[in-house]
Design a protein around this ligand. Structure first.
Ligand code: NAD
Length: 295
């Protein structure tokens, strides 16, 4: 089976490397030629365009920024839809709006091409380790057919429901992560201003009810002043836009998510949009006029 992989960024590059490691034959494409060369050195073929990928592959994986890019790559001029044959499939692992997933699913279905929306959680470290959490929407038999490919990049792969359900799950994930980073930031700024070591507070509470994967990933980054992405503020703003648009349309008010969205907007104004979302702590540091460090 020949797999096409489009989008070799922070996430797509390590994910595609894990597919090569698992023994799959890969053809890659990205606007960034350097990223393609890196994969070529590991044994992947490189393609001339998205359409070139579609014409030669049995299944194509996309890992692109957001709905407009995925729609352009799949449905736009010279898009995958022009080259994919009936019986082939698209597995879109980008985090995009559920409505956009459903639109692409329907357009491909008319051509006899299957589609799964299969966004991921876990960030760059888990993409590198091949231990991502993947949440999948689409037809169940299509999920079963491509499970092994997805599992080569992941520790957990869960079928959530029909087309778009994977991206609904991802939006839920982003709500929890955003509010959790804000909560960790509030706790650490309190420790700092109260004259207690943020690091010792972190060590003291991480094993109790307050502990979380988010706390373990982000508290050390904040205390060590490491805001290298990871997951950029501007991508999280993109996700929260999709969250709030979806939540408003289904009648689910999300007041805390809206608050964190405004915190992220303030960080963007301050020039932090390309930093890791651990930078949420900087909003609180500005309010409290201090910096969260280990001591
Ligand atoms: P990224 O910006 O690092 O990578 C995107 C890649 O897509 C880039 O290499 C870019 O050149 C390529 N690209 C854009 N338009 C293209 C086109 N028309 N044709 C070919 N290639 C094109 O982003 P990322 O951090 O890897 O995120 C990708 C997706 O995964 C996003 O939806 C993001 O929300 C999601 N995600 C990211 C993380 C994370 O921690 N970075 C975690 C979970 C999910």
């Amino acid at each position: 089976m020949k797999i096409g992989f489009i989008g070799l960024g922070i996430m797509g590059k390590p994910m595609s490397k894990n597919l090569i490691k698992a023994g799959y034959k890969l053809v890659v494409y990205d606007l960034n030629k350097e990223a393609m060369e890196e994969l070529k050195a590991l044994g992947a073929e490189t393609a001339e365009s998205n359409l070139d990928i579609a014409k030669q592959c049995d299944v194509v994986i996309t890992m692109l920024p957001n709905s407009p890019q995925v729609e352009e790559v799949v449905l736009g001029k010279g898009g995958l839809i022009e080259g994919l044959r009936p019986g082939t499939a698209l597995i879109d692992m980008s985090s995009i709006a559920p409505l956009s997933s459903r639109k692409i699913y329907a357009a491909l279905k008319e051509k006899g091409v299957d589609m799964l929306d299969a966004p991921v959680s876990g960030g760059e470290p888990k993409a590198i380790d091949g231990t991502l959490a993947v949440m999948v929407g689409g037809d169940k038999e299509v999920f079963d057919k491509y499970y092994d490919i997805i599992k080569a990049m992941a520790a957990s792969v869960v079928y959530v429901g029909e087309s778009g359900a994977g991206n609904v799950a991802k939006l839920c994930n982003q709500v929890v992560v955003a509010i959790n980073i804000a909560a960790v930031s509030e706790a650490l700024i309190l420790a700092k201003k109260a004259g207690v070591s943020p690091d010792l507070v972190y060590q003291a509470i991480r094993g109790g009810l307050a502990g979380s994967t988010v706390m373990d990933a982000k508290a050390p980054m904040i205390m060590d002043r490491n805001f290298k992405p990871g997951f950029r503020i501007n991508l999280h703003i993109k996700d929260l836009n999709n969250v709030l648009e979806t939540s408003h349309s289904v009648g689910a008010p999300l007041p805390l998510t809206a608050q964190v969205m405004e915190i992220m907007q303030a960080l963007k104004v301050d020039g932090y949009e390309a930093e890791d979302h651990a930078s949420i702590a900087k909003f609180y540091e500005k309010l409290a006029n201090t910096q969260i460090t280990r001591q």
